[in-house]
Design a protein around this ligand. Structure first.
Ligand code: FAD
Ligand code: SF4
Length: 337
């Protein structure tokens, strides 16, 4: 680990000022915020993240960790622990897809430590990104190339990728939020704003080291999920190499508003497949107004992966993703609203 300065944030404004002008959205920005530390400390020990200044935002927890559910929706403070949101009765009852995406993530110890905001900003698990002995990684060393293209790429993305980076976004929670159309409350040196969750992660586009659309010094303060007739009939299905403590190879977050067996509206997020939590809008459109039969679910799943691009090791992923989505849709249709 390299030397760095450590300071505790006094308040939100001071934390935001500390990050001003320091690498907008960049994975390796010189100022990093310490929330639960599950990503940050891990990657500092691997010498992948090399901040000069670590600003501990845990003192802000008292003002930014509340979880409140009401008629307009759910608002969760970004410094709430993953376990607090997963175990919250209103989240479990009215937004089961969110509760399940958190329950199925990481381990109990990590969920007790890690925060919701930090979870959204976790980094890819691409092995070449996490191991600096590999010189070619555009995300870690801009312009150096991509070792995963032509290398080991079994877990890598198949949607929204390009030749600069095929890394997948590995988180679960954000997939549920994408399906439900969540928004982020942000506070930065320039003031407060809201950002659709779907607009948080940038496509690689030749500069995969710039991962998010956050301005420098901008903090996520809360996550808002609108209420809707689909949130109760919802689930998160995660497929992975082992049954627990493992990232998703494929996942589907599904929320349904049904009239009998006819779909009024379907909301679909896909995980493990893209550089960001992926909203499958083509599949949602195909399902609207139709009975949710196996044939309809399969047609929707085909549409969701129509644009998939594979690189050898991950050739199996579109088929796995299609099957995961079909299963999730058919299981969700059987749930009580
Ligand atoms: P930190 O590590 O403290 O911060 C992460 C990053 O976010 C830093 O760059 C920091 O600057 C920034 N940051 C933190 N909070 C804010 C904020 N409020 N505003 C702006 N920037 C902020 N995740 C899953 O989804 N599914 C899994 O199955 C899973 N398995 C895991 C297994 C292991 C072994 C490990 C180590 C992690 C796993 N994770 C998994 C990832 C884990 O959930 C994340 O590491 C964790 O949620 C990060 O949250 P944190 O609060 O610890 O963030
Ligand atoms: Fe680096 Fe992205 Fe290529 Fe992985 S996929 S080696 S993160 S550029």
């Amino acid at each position: 680990m390299r030397p760095f300065t450590y300071e505790r944030a006094q308040d939100l404004a001071q934390a935001a000022r500390a990050g001003r002008g320091t690498g907008q959205g960049q994975t390796d920005a010189p100022v990093q915020y310490l929330a639960g530390g599950a990503t940050l400390v891990d990657l500092m020990k691997l010498d992948v993240l090399r901040p000069q200044r670590v600003v501990d935002i845990t003192p802000l927890q008292q003002d930014h960790a509340a979880i409140e559910a009401g008629p307009a929706g759910l608002r969760m403070g970004a410094l709430a622990k993953m376990s607090a949101a997963a175990d919250h009765p209103a989240v479990q009852r009215d937004y089961p897809v969110i509760a399940q995406s958190l329950q199925l993530a990481a381990s109990a110890q990590l969920r007790n430590m890690a925060t919701l905001g930090g979870n959204l900003l976790q980094r890819t698990r691409c092995p070449y990104y996490r191991d600096p002995s590999w010189s070619a990684c555009n995300k870690r060393a801009p312009g150096s190339g991509c070792s995963a293209i032509g290398g080991v790429n079994r877990t890598h993305a198949v949607l929204g990728v390009d030749d600069s980076c095929i890394a997948q976004y590995p988180g679960d929670f954000a997939v549920a939020l994408a399906a439900l159309g969540a928004e982020l409350e942000l506070m930065g040196p320039g003031g407060a704003r809201t950002l659709p969750l779907e607009a948080l992660h940038r496509p690689p586009g030749g500069t995969p080291q710039v991962e998010t659309t956050l301005a420098s010094g901008e903090l996520i303060t809360a996550i808002r999920t609108p209420a809707g007739p689909w949130t109760r009939r919802s689930l998160y299905l995660k497929v992975r190499d082992r049954a627990s403590y493992e990232f998703a190879l494929a996942s589907a977050a599904v929320a349904l508003d049904l009239d009998g067996d006819v779909v009024r509206q379907a909301r679909i997020g896909l995980g493990g497949m893209a550089y960001r939590p992926w909203r499958a809008r083509e599949a949602e459109t195909l399902l609207a107004g139709k009975p949710l039969t196996e044939a309809a679910a399969e047609a929707a799943a085909r549409a969701a992966f129509a644009g998939a691009v594979t690189h050898g090791g991950n050739d199996f992923k579109p088929e796995l993703g299609r099957r995961t989505l079909v299963r999730a849709l058919l299981q969700a249709a059987k749930l009580e609203a």
